[in-house]
Write a new protein. Structure first.
Length: 422
């Protein structure tokens, strides 16, 4: 018996354990047009990111077309994401032509919080897809489409003479005609005349004011009680999110808004300034460690470093956080007379050499440096005494073991000190 000969109910039950794209591909492979919709079910959301990345990369335009026909996409599908379908031209999207129900189409070919840059460049064709998109927005008031995400390969260069830019102009006019309003302040959108970014290269061709996840619309001026904009565009994944769906933070060093799901952020340990992990790893941020390893997870911004959050020894260049400088005698201290910052060991070393307490600005600071060195010497003495005590305890333990062995030998030899023959 062939698999396609099984009853529709059985096949539907088996396919119910599969993600939506796999279920649709399964129905296409069965080639049972009379019962394919029963096997697949009524799907309003189709994301090829739900299947294995390697499998999605092998999907062809014929596969896409078969899936869309199988689910009767023109009458059912509201959201489509072509995640990881990096080998299609887009001609397989033809079943969506003149759809009045589709609301969102993501053609970026990448998953959540991934860079839109693909290498090698995907073959998705602007010419093939634009005619389909035009047929959708030309429905006017009957059209439900309110969010498009285009491939980066189309957006990498701004060309006002291109077919893509011409479509952006038509799509921008369609979106503007919808007369959307900000859900927070009720102002009319768009406030600057563009629902799309069409000027300059920065995120060219992306959509303004609309959250990628929930599709709520906000203007770019409204802030919530935490001081976050209600809508922000992530510089990394180039998607816009509202404050209800994702947290988008501003890095004070690269001066970009980035999703916290795209990259980790850290906050200055003394103020509320944020830095993204890229800037931290690139050493753009003030400082991120202490000689004592007491604060490996902490960072300080450049301003706080310049204002005493961290101190460096002028001789060995070791750094200490302000907490350690206040509590550890070996940390860096500043001599107000000779105006030098040294760690405890370097200060003692220079004082012992007799060359440290030089006169600066006509002031002799020998007593001041001796006072700063005295606690270090006391701590050194305590450490040395602790080492002496530890060695003495080890000596006693070894001596006790030797005496115990001597007693055992004496018992075995009958007191003669020589082992008796067995």
């Amino acid at each position: 018996m062939d698999l396609s000969d099984l009853p529709t109910g059985t096949l539907a039950q088996v396919s119910s354990y599969l993600p939506a794209p796999s279920r649709a591909l399964f129905a296409v492979a069965l080639n049972r047009h009379d019962s394919s919709l029963a096997i697949v079910g009524n799907h309003q959301f189709l994301d090829f990111g739900e299947i294995e990345k390697d499998l999605a990369a092998k999907i062809s335009d014929d596969d896409i077309k078969g899936v869309l026909l199988c689910i009767d996409a023109v009458n059912n599908l509201k959201r489509l994401r072509l995640t990881n379908c990096i080998n299609i031209t887009g001609v397989g999207l033809d079943p969506l032509r003149e759809s009045a129900i589709i609301q969102q189409i993501d053609l970026s070919l990448v998953g959540d919080h991934e860079s839109p840059m693909l290498d090698p460049e995907p073959p998705i064709s602007c010419a093939e897809v634009i005619s389909i998109l035009d047929s959708i927005i030309q429905r006017g008031e009957d059209c439900s489409l309110d969010h498009l995400m285009f491939p980066k390969v189309w957006r990498s260069e701004r060309n006002t003479e291109s077919d893509f830019h011409a479509f952006l102009t038509r799509y921008n006019g369609y979106l503007s005609s919808r007369a959307d309003i900000c859900l927070e302040c009720n102002c009319n959108l768009p406030g600057d005349g563009h629902m799309l970014r069409m000027n300059g290269r920065y995120q060219y061709g992306t959509q303004n004011f609309t959250c990628y996840d929930c599709k709520r619309k906000y203007c770019d001026e409204c802030e919530n009680e935490d001081g976050l904009y209600y809508i922000s565009a992530c510089h990394r994944c180039e998607r816009s999110y509202c404050a209800h769906c994702k947290i988008v933070k501003y890095c004070h060093y690269c001066e970009n808004n980035i999703c916290v799901d795209c990259i980790d952020f850290k906050e200055c340990s003394q103020c509320d300034e944020h830095a993204c992990l890229d800037c931290i790893l690139a050493d753009r941020v003030g400082w991120g460690g202490c000689r004592n390893n007491c604060c490996a997870d902490k960072i300080w911004c450049n301003y706080c470093v310049d204002h005493g959050a961290v101190s460096w020894c002028e001789k060995c260049n070791e750094s200490y956080c302000s907490d350690c400088c206040n509590s550890d005698v070996y940390a860096v201290e500043f001599c107000g007379n000779c105006e030098t910052s040294l760690c405890g060991q370097c200060r003692v070393k220079k004082c012992k050499e007799g060359s440290y307490c030089e006169r600066r600005w006509g002031i002799h600071c020998e007593r001041s440096c001796e006072q700063l060195s005295f606690p270090v010497l006391l701590k050194d003495r305590e450490k040395m005494q602790a080492q002496i005590n530890e060695l003495e305890n080890e000596r006693r333990e070894q001596s006790n073991k030797i005496n115990e062995l001597k007693r055992k030998v004496k018992d075995l030899t009958g007191g003669s000190g020589e082992l008796a023959e067995v």
